[in-house]
Design a protein around this ligand. Structure first.
Ligand code: DQA
Length: 145
C-alpha cells in the first residue's frame, strides 16, 4: 500500500513563513514526519510532493490513479479556490484526508470554504506538522492496514 502526501503553494517556505501560525520547523522536517508516520502506519512507501502550481497539483492527483492507495492533501491556499483539485480527487476516487497545519476554522472568512475537503473522508486542522502523521494513521485505518 502506497501513500501520497500532496502539499500546495508556499508550504516549501515552512520555517520562514509566518512562524507564529505555521511553526518554525521547515519543509524537510515535514517530509521526515510523513516518512516515519507512513512506515509506522504500515504503508510500504510514501511520496511527499509539493508544488506552487495548481495544474501541477491536479496532474499529480491524476497520476496517482492506479498507482497510489491513499492521499493526504494540504492544498494550502488552493483549498479555498480550486474546484479543479476537488474534481481531480473525485475523478481518481482514491481515499483522501485533508490536512491544515493551522486551525483554519479560527481564521479569516475566506479560509472557511474547502473545495478539496469535499472529496476527503476526514479533515485535520490545527495540529501543526503532526497533523500529517495523524492523517496517515487515519488513512491506514481506512485502508485496513
Ligand atoms: C493552510 C491554510 C491555508 O488557508 C493557507 O492558505 C495555507 C496553509 C494550513 O496548512 O494551515 O497556505 O493550508
Amino acid at each position: 500500500m502506497k501513500a501520497l502526501v500532496i502539499n500546495g503553494p508556499n508550504l516549501n517556505m515552512l520555517g520562514i513563513r509566518e512562524p507564529n501560525i505555521y511553526g518554525s520547523d521547515n519543509y524537510e522536517a515535514l517530509v521526515e514526519i510523513c516518512q516515519t508516520a507512513a512506515e509506522e502506519a504500515g504503508f510500504t512507501g510514501v511520496e511527499v510532493f509539493q508544488s506552487n502550481h495548481e495544474g501541477a497539483l491536479v496532474d499529480r492527483v491524476q497520476e496517482a490513479y492506479g498507482t497510489i492507495d491513499g492521499i493526504v492533501i494540504n492544498p494550502a491556499a488552493y483549498t479555498h479556490t480550486s474546484v479543479a483539485i476537488l474534481d481531480a480527487l473525485k475523478a481518481v476516487a482514491i481515499p483522501a484526508v485533508e490536512v491544515h497545519i493551522s486551525a483554519v476554522e479560527e481564521r479569516e472568512d475566506f479560509r472557511q470554504i474547502s473545495y478539496a475537503g469535499m472529496a476527503c473522508f476526514a479533515t485535520i486542522t490545527g495540529e501543526g506538522l503532526q497533523g500529517y502523521a495523524h492523517a496517515l494513521q487515519l488513512l491506514a485505518e481506512k485502508l485496513g492496514l
